[in-house]
Design a protein around this ligand. Structure first.
Ligand code: NAP
Length: 262
């Protein structure tokens, strides 16, 4: 299927590794020019080179910086002539017990996983509406629908973003101008983030990392973890011309792990 987005410009945040990188790869394969960001330059430059190799006609610009800061967002936005597609992403907040968290930890979580995507939406969607095309995909988490007790910072901050998107995506001045905003909710994907979580559980519980990984794998009906390229393909479709009637949705991609009917 031709997704009809060749030549568009995308800003894919936090994209040197993992799910963000999967989204950037899928968009580049469709002929979309991308700005990719991350804090660490080494992995970011390697990813940018790999993206350029995927599609020689596509422009790939790498911007090093922390997307959760105003300066990081300004630099990322300045690198694109226009933003037709925005993929919001950043590192997730750390796990833990709410009894140990104070205002500082909550503010960092809200800044990274709620205010940062909202700011980038504010700065891009009216231009998208003027041009009659825009796609925003926010990478959130299946924990928005099925909260995980030790991920309280994530559950809380991402729920704030989810509530904001539910209202904003339905503004007629956006939806009627072919601007969609959706949240893509990953379950367990085989990325550095997932692997570091296993290592933390293993060191706390005294179990081998492989045992922790196997126990977690068996909880997924698909009996495996997701691949970043599967996530990227879903993201690219949500950014397609064909997905123009899908907005304000929370879309799970989790191998069947969410146990509910709705
Ligand atoms: P990952 O493999 O650790 O990759 C994270 C990427 O984001 C890296 O490129 C990292 O590069 C970049 N990054 C992190 N913080 C950043 C910041 N402040 N500014 C700019 N770039 C930043 O993580 P992932 O698994 O792809 O996860 C992506 C998001 O999905 C996270 O919010 C995570 O909590 C959420 N999620 C993941 C899963 C899963 O199973 N993997 C499940 C549910 C939710 P630098 O470190 O160099 O900046």
């Amino acid at each position: 299927m031709d997704l009809g987005i060749a030549g568009k410009w995308a800003l894919v945040c936090a994209a040197s590794k993992g799910l963000g990188k999967g989204c950037a790869e899928a968009l580049v394969r469709e002929g979309v020019h991308v700005v990719v960001t991350a804090r660490g330059t080494e992995a970011l430059e390697a990813t940018a080179a790999a993206l350029r190799a995927l599609h020689p006609a596509v422009q790939v610009r790498a911007v090093a910086g922390d997307i959760t800061t105003e300066a990081g967002r300004a630099a990322a936005l300045a690198a694109a002539p226009q933003v037709d597609i925005l993929v919001n992403n950043a590192g997730g907040p750390p796990p833990g017990d709410f009894r140990d968290w104070r205002r500082e930890q909550w503010l960092a979580a809200v800044e990274g996983n709620m205010i940062t995507p909202i700011e980038l939406i504010r700065l891009t969607v009216d231009g998208m509406a003027e041009r009659g095309f825009g796609r925003v995909v926010n990478i959130t988490s299946s924990a928005v629908k099925a909260p995980i007790d030790f991920l309280g910072l994530s559950n809380g901050a991402r729920s704030g973003l989810t509530g904001f998107v539910a209202g904003t995506a339905r503004q007629a001045r956006l939806a009627s101008r072919n601007v969609t905003i959706n949240n893509l909710l990953p379950g367990s994907f085989d990325t550095d983030r997932l692997r570091s979580g296993f290592a933390t559980v293993a060191s706390k519980s005294g179990q081998p990392v492989e045992a922790v990984r196997e126990a977690r794998r068996k909880l997924v009906p698909a009996q495996r973890f997701g691949h970043a390229d599967e996530f990227g393909a879903y993201c690219a479709w949500l950014c397609s011309q064909q997905a123009g009637y899908v907005t304000g949705q929370n879309l799970l991609i989790d191998g069947g792990a969410y146990p509910g009917t709705y």
